[in-house]
Design a protein around this ligand. Structure first.
Ligand code: ADP
Ligand code: ADP
Length: 235
């Protein structure tokens, strides 16, 4: 069985748009196996962010259904971690405390946070080390470079060991060198842990470098996802 499945999913942002038949995404059918790394590419406005909101349960579809791990999605998914274009670390928290944040919010960690704090901190430090941020855990976001903040955001998205990592243009604001360094870091983490990744990007090269399968989202005539088997230039 697929880990993530979209069955004929349509979304109109409100009733008026629905009545006019104006959908942000149309007729999405998608099946993603467990542990896969997929990328979704497409022009601005084709529905990539909308797709992400649907995949995380932040938006219910107007028609059709979305299934994750055999369950119909009916609200925000706890098993997902997210990172976006802007790092969005909380400025009043250290890097370590930013990375720990999901564990303070998401059950079952939330209720165990006090008792397991030392263990959780050790986990966060290990993750920070794996992205080259060992030694920066006590720094505040403004003391880090943009690339370092983005790396910390990715650690925050992974700290609660989500089965699904959703990345919406997470490398867009970075310079080319930092970006490629982060690609390698992410690919190493994924190869070691095999969580599902959905990456939304404008950058076809990034999509091909990182993902198993690249889907192109088209804007017209219908907004559906087409599977493209692009040969992967892996080292
Ligand atoms: P992308 O992420 O690929 O740029 P979006 O998912 O943001 O595309 O947008 C898909 C379509 O939905 C666009 O036509 C956009 O104008 C429309 N849209 C996005 N957000 C909203 C919203 N909150 N209300 C109404 N329409 C929206
Ligand atoms: P980035 O491309 O990561 O945004 P910068 O050019 O700002 O990079 O920084 C390059 C490197 O310099 C970083 O990866 C880091 O090792 C170091 N560095 C940058 N800013 C700081 C800082 N505020 N404190 C400590 N080291 C830093």
């Amino acid at each position: 069985a697929p880990f993530i499945e979209f069955r004929d999913v349509w979304l109109a942002y409100n009733d008026e748009l629905l009545a006019r038949g104006q959908f942000a995404v149309e007729a999405i059918d998608l099946q993603v196996p467990r542990g896969a790394f997929i990328a979704i590419v497409g022009p601005s406005g084709c529905g990539k962010s909308t797709f992400m909101k649907l995949a995380t349960g932040l938006k219910p579809p107007s028609r059709g259904s979305i299934w994750v791990d055999g369950q119909r999605v009916s609200g925000p998914l706890k098993i997902s971690g997210m990172a976006f274009q802007a790092p969005s670390l909380l400025p009043w928290r250290t890097t370590l405390d930013n990375v720990l944040l999901p564990l303070e919010i998401v059950e079952p960690y939330r209720s165990q946070f006090r008792q397991r704090r030392a263990e959780f901190e050790a986990r966060a430090l290990k993750l920070l080390q794996s992205v080259g941020l060992g030694g920066y855990e006590r720094k505040y976001p403004w003391e880090l470079s943009g690339g370092m903040q983005q790396r910390a955001s990715i650690c925050r998205a992974l700290i609660h060991e989500p089965q699904m990592l959703l990345l919406d243009e997470p490398f867009g604001a970075l310079d080319a060198f930092t970006r490629e360094e982060l690609w390698c870091t992410l690919r190493d983490l994924w190869q070691a842990q095999r969580f599902n990744v959905i990456l939304v990007t404008h950058d076809l090269r990034e999509a091909v470098f990182l993902a198993d399968t690249v889907y192109c989202m088209s804007k017209s005539p219908g907004r559906f996802i087409v599977r493209r088997d692009i040969p992967l230039p892996r080292p």
